[in-house]
Design a protein around this ligand. Structure first.
Ligand SMILES: NC(=O)c1ccc[n+]([C@@H]2O[C@H](COP(=O)([O-])OP(=O)(O)OC[C@H]3O[C@@H](n4cnc5c(N)ncnc54)[C@H](OP(=O)(O)O)[C@@H]3O)[C@@H](O)[C@H]2O)c1
Length: 257
């Protein structure tokens, strides 16, 4: 059991806090720049809310920073303890964000898409670990294994590559769902019509290499259909550009292989 302080009260802090609590760890405090947000999360974790870094407890064994990537350096700079274990949860922020001022640091990156409003089975979330020393890595690995069945050590460059892959697989796919939703509503159709297609596409990727199951006009190099779709998007130049770029990438990809 570890004593933990969470710095941040967003999607990841919420899920991580709940997983830590369920695994028997004790959340001492939740810090957030907005006191109401700290309070909301702290109540559900039986922790104390704070919005002032000077009130940080010295009792914790680990401090987990889970704020927006561009706010991590500022939070690190204000962290008052030199020798306490401190980690962030960012895919693309290197371990070097702690350089110079903190001795025991690391990364505790959960690879999943977290939204406060949706429950996640944390035991299935891959935890990617990096530590500033063998001891720190060992401690982080043990903590990760108390939350998840999969904990892996990665360096900052590998983690960045994984994050880029995750942006393509998850964030871009979800944005493409939003585009599909807009096209449907502009043409008076319900998003429900396309949900089975989304479900089957994701299900196929669980058992096949996605390259084996690509379908659609571009992989068939069906130029007639592609031309009709470009024409359909003539008044939406940005979407037309995305459609064209994606289609050309698919055509080139399958011509090579
Ligand atoms: N969401 C995901 O799926 C996911 C997955 C893996 C890793 N991550 C990583 O986890 C970290 C947190 O992401 P998230 O999705 O939890 O973000 P989020 O839900 O947008 O929450 C961001 C948190 O950062 C705080 N914050 C924003 N700007 C700040 C500033 N200038 N100074 C101090 N605090 C600031 C916010 O405070 P307020 O409440 O006051 O706005 C909030 O507590 C990021 O490093 C992200 O890359 C996210």
């Amino acid at each position: 059991m570890m004593k933990v302080v969470l710095l941040g009260s967003g999607n990841v802090a919420t899920h991580l806090g709940q997983a830590l609590k369920s695994a028997g760890h004790q959340i001492l405090q939740v810090w957030s720049r907005t006191f109401e947000n700290a309070q909301q999360l702290a109540v559900s974790l039986d922790a104390s809310p704070i919005s002032d870094l000077e009130s940080l407890s010295e009792e914790a064994e680990i401090y987990i920073i889970s704020v927006s990537d561009n706010a991590i350096p500022a939070v690190c700079a204000q962290f008052p303890f030199q020798d306490k274990l401190i980690v962030h949860t960012s895919g693309t922020t290197g371990l070097d964000v702690f350089d110079g001022h903190l001795n025991r640091c690391g990364v505790f990156y959960p690879l999943q898409t977290f939204s406060k409003q949706r429950a996640v089975d944390f035991q299935k979330v891959p935890m990617l670990i990096e530590g500033s020393s063998t001891n720190v890595t060992g401690d982080l690995l043990a903590l990760a294994k108390s939350l998840s069945h999969k904990a892996v050590i990665l360096n900052s460059e590998q983690r960045k590559a994984l994050h880029v892959a995750a942006v393509f697989a998850c964030n871009f796919s979800n944005h493409l769902y939003s585009i599909a939703s807009e096209i449907l509503s502009q043409n008076k159709m319900d998003f429900d019509l396309i949900r089975p297609l989304i479900e089957e596409t994701a299900a196929k990727a669980q058992t096949f290499n996605p390259q084996e199951v690509q379908t659609g006009p571009a992989v068939r190099n069906d130029q007639l259909t592609l031309a009709k779709h470009f024409e359909f998007l003539k008044d939406q130049p940005e979407l037309r550009k995305i459609y064209q770029l994606m289609s050309q990438h698919i055509i080139n990809f399958y011509q090579k292989s």
